[in-house]
Design a binder for this molecule. Structure first.
Ligand code: FUB
Length: 440
């Protein structure tokens, strides 16, 4: 297995969790070519059922949706708690100009997530991680030079102050902590410097209870060629095997446009994690049997994930995952757009999953803007297909290839809209999702 997991976007700080029969990764998003961590402003979720075929579910939360935050959407984590999926993340708070830990919620693991405000009682809450042990939720985070842990109240909106432990007398790290349970022990993984010398190396410590005390077990991913200065990740068991996730600078060669990495992990008989040496710098798709990614942008989730509905509405149920679909494409320009975020410029094949009860003509365009606003300097959308016939599917859901398009790095809208008004009584197509397959 190649260590490199994705190269279509630049993403970092992967937190891995298994929900149902899928493995999910929650990742922070490196804005391509800004050469800064200050510009980080959103998160993505990816998932897989076989560790080979991955789906990028697109943007799951953006700074614009978080009223208390002004910038620096750094590392995140997610977990399942009392029937819902919760995201914990960090950002600089408008009011205090310090890192706070935010909470967001969704009914489904792939989001999108809705902001629930900050978690009270967590000062300088950088790089939070949400660990559930039976019926007790814990938060572990990096707090200005130290790693801290404490028990959360059941609504996850505040921490119990008397339970907070500063672990700096036990371990050396100060950011990026992640807790997992293995062999009935609690393992804390965290990046740390060797005598203040960069790059960070991935370390671990073990305890009998989540609050510690922790016994330091040292480094399990040492400095390696192509590292990105920082290293931040997680450990998860999936289908009986253990995996480490982290990030590197392999694809971009920079510290601020990072790529997701995955390696098998195992424990030595003394309880330590055996050292992981990131494999050679091989792009995943060049290795037979290695990973490949499609981007699947749910039409029903478009509005929460950076897209937009134009005159249409979401119907609940059905669709690919029972999460709903977009319906009501009955007038000219009625439609839906989804947000595609691109790291490495490249061509994508575009598919749409839809159903209809008659032949239907619609346009698919891609561009940085939703609509031309009259500004002569504004680049107008580019047609992927000016008038695609969506054949009658007799009401069955089908996937149809629309065409290919070259996307530069950054944010793009892909919009499907009616090219004419339908007659009274005619139903438009229903749209489930857009599937983007990176080519080349
Ligand atoms: O991704 C931004 C920051 O870089 C994270 O918060 C740190 O853990 C480091 O990975």
């Amino acid at each position: 297995m190649s260590s490199l997991l994705t190269n279509h976007i630049f993403a970092a700080d992967p937190s891995a969790h298994v929900f149902g029969d899928r493995l999910y990764l929650y990742v922070s998003y490196d804005e391509p070519y800004t050469n800064s961590y200050d510009t980080m402003s959103c998160y993505h979720a990816l998932s897989t059922s076989d560790l080979v075929n991955w789906v990028d579910h697109g943007r799951i939360l953006h700074l614009d949706q978080v009223n208390w935050a002004i910038s620096h959407m750094w590392a995140i984590d997610a977990n399942y708690w009392q029937g819902k999926y919760y995201l914990v993340f960090c950002a600089i708070e408008r009011e205090s100009s310090t890192f706070k830990t935010g909470l967001a919620v969704s009914d489904r693991p792939e989001g999108p997530f809705t902001n629930l405000g900050t978690i009270h009682g967590v000062e300088w809450g950088q790089d939070p991680s949400l660990f559930i042990d039976g019926d007790t939720p814990y938060l572990v985070w990096g707090g200005r030079g130290a790693i801290l842990i404490g028990e959360l109240n059941a609504d996850l909106k505040s921490i119990k102050p008397q339970t907070i432990r500063n672990l700096s007398d036990q371990i050396g790290g100060y950011e990026g902590p992640f807790l997992h349970k293995a062999n009935d022990k609690y393992y804390l993984t965290y990046p740390a410097l060797d005598n203040e010398k960069w790059p960070q190396r991935m370390c671990h410590a073990v305890a009998e209870t989540p609050l510690g005390p922790y016994r330091d077990l040292g480094v399990y991913i040492d400095e390696y060629p192509g590292n990105s200065g920082t290293i931040h990740g997680s450990v998860v068991e999936f289908n009986g095997e253990w995996f480490a996730f982290y990030h590197s600078g392999w694809v971009s060669g920079t510290q601020t446009a990072r790529s997701l990495m995955m390696d098998r992990l195992s424990y030595a008989s003394d309880g330590r994690i055996k050292p992981i040496i990131p494999a050679e710098s091989i792009i995943a798709r060049e290795v037979p049997g290695s990973t490949h990614v499609v981007v699947c942008l749910d039409a029903a989730a478009a509005e929460g994930a950076g897209g937009r509905l134009f005159g249409t509405r979401v119907a609940n149920g059905h669709g690919s995952s029972g999460h709903g679909y977009v319906t009501g494409l009955v007038k000219q320009e009625y439609g839906v757009s989804v947000l595609l975020q691109v790291g490495l410029p490249r061509e994508y094949e575009i598919w749409v999953r839809y159903r209809s009860t008659q032949d239907h003509v619609a346009r698919v365009v891609a561009g940085r803007h939703l609509f031309y606003d009259g500004n002569q300097n504004q680049s107008y959308d580019q047609y992927i297909n000016r008038g695609t016939v969506f054949p009658n599917t007799q009401g069955n859901w089908v996937e149809m290839r629309i065409g290919t398009h070259f996307f530069e790095f950054g944010d793009h809208q892909i919009r499907l809209s009616n090219s004419h008004n339908l007659s009274a009584g005619q139903a438009g197509i229903d749209v489930d999702f857009f599937k983007l397959i990176p080519l080349g």
